[in-house]
Design a binder for this molecule. Structure first.
Ligand code: SAM
Length: 277
């Protein structure tokens, strides 16, 4: 494993004057053991392509590089580029940095080959990015796994089971086609500056053969139902043509509330509606 001596991350921050910007969602991780544990979550990364959003001063990036990954990283904050350039020199041929907004970057086009995604996501665009990766038309997707740090509340919504307050559209989108788990809770004190809330790393792996369903229908249904999550399905699904007929045909009681409906049931319902149209 390539493991050149690198200056401590706090020194990197001081040297390059990287005061954390709230607007850019900058909460940095400096504990290299913690970072190595995060980089180990996807399994061996030796010679694997990894896409990282928001490398910042490069804490997670260096852990990924130490694990042998070939990293393509997108960073919006130009101030971080010199620090990342130093990392690139320390790990020759392993790091490519793209300066820009991850919301506008297509990692599949940038990398070409299959890749893992690993990121301590900026909270302001984290959920939108994850929804984009999870909601793609192509399945299996170009990415092999997602290892993503979120605020704990968002992480809980991604892995939520039916019957819980956290269960909703995000859980259904994530778990319909992926195995999703919380890989590691992370205390707020691990970050500089510490955010107000706790965090967690979520690990998602695409299922090989998820049940096919038209995503637009699944979204229409879950948006209608969870948009009024206290209402019974007979009320909230009324605006969706054929939904009430389909409820009866698949045997889902119309007086249930959306958080009691399993992901398999949502899929069955969406498929049934499509056969009635
Ligand atoms: N990876 C570093 C770490 O773990 O210490 C920094 C993580 S920090 C939570 C989020 C990073 O994302 C910051 O470096 C920030 O500048 C960057 N960022 C914020 N918005 C971005 C965007 N739209 N595109 C790319 N990077 C962004």
């Amino acid at each position: 494993m390539n493991n050149p001596a690198l200056p401590p991350l706090r020194e990197v921050i001081a040297k390059h004057g990287l005061s954390a910007s709230k607007a850019l969602g900058q909460n940095f991780l400096f504990d290299e053991q913690l970072l190595d544990r995060i980089a180990a979550i996807p399994g061996s990364l030796k010679d694997q392509n990894v896409y990282e959003v928001g490398p910042g001063p490069g804490g997670l990036t260096r852990a990924l590089l130490r694990a042998g990954a070939k990293v393509t990283a997108v960073e919006r904050d130009r101030r971080c580029l010199p620090a990342l350039e130093e990392l690139s020199t320390a790990f020759p041929g392993q790091l490519r940095v793209i300066e820009g907004d991850a919301m506008k970057v297509d990692p599949a086009a940038e990398i070409g080959d299959p890749f893992h995604i690993a990121s301590n996501l900026p909270y302001n665009v984290g959920t939108a990015l994850a929804v984009g990766w999870l909601g793609g038309e192509n399945w299996p997707p170009e990415w092999k796994s997602l290892t993503l740090m979120f605020q704990r509340e968002v992480a809980d919504r991604i892995v939520a089971r039916p019957g819980t307050d956290a269960y909703g559209r995000l859980a259904i989108l994530a778990q319909w086609r992926c195995e999703a788990r919380i890989a590691m809770p992370v205390h707020r004190s691990a970050f500089t500056p510490p955010p107000k809330v706790m965090s967690a790393v979520v690990h998602l792996v695409p299922k090989e053969q998820p049940v096919g369903v038209r995503m637009a229908m699944l979204e229409t249904l879950t948006a209608a139902a969870f948009g009024q999550r206290r209402k019974m399905l007979r009320q909230s699904l009324k605006p969706v043509p054929k939904a009430l007929d389909a409820l009866e045909l698949v045997g889902i009681a119309a007086d249930r509330r959306p958080e009691t409906v399993t992901i398999e049931e949502w899929i069955e319902l969406a498929r049934k509606i499509d056969t009635l149209r």
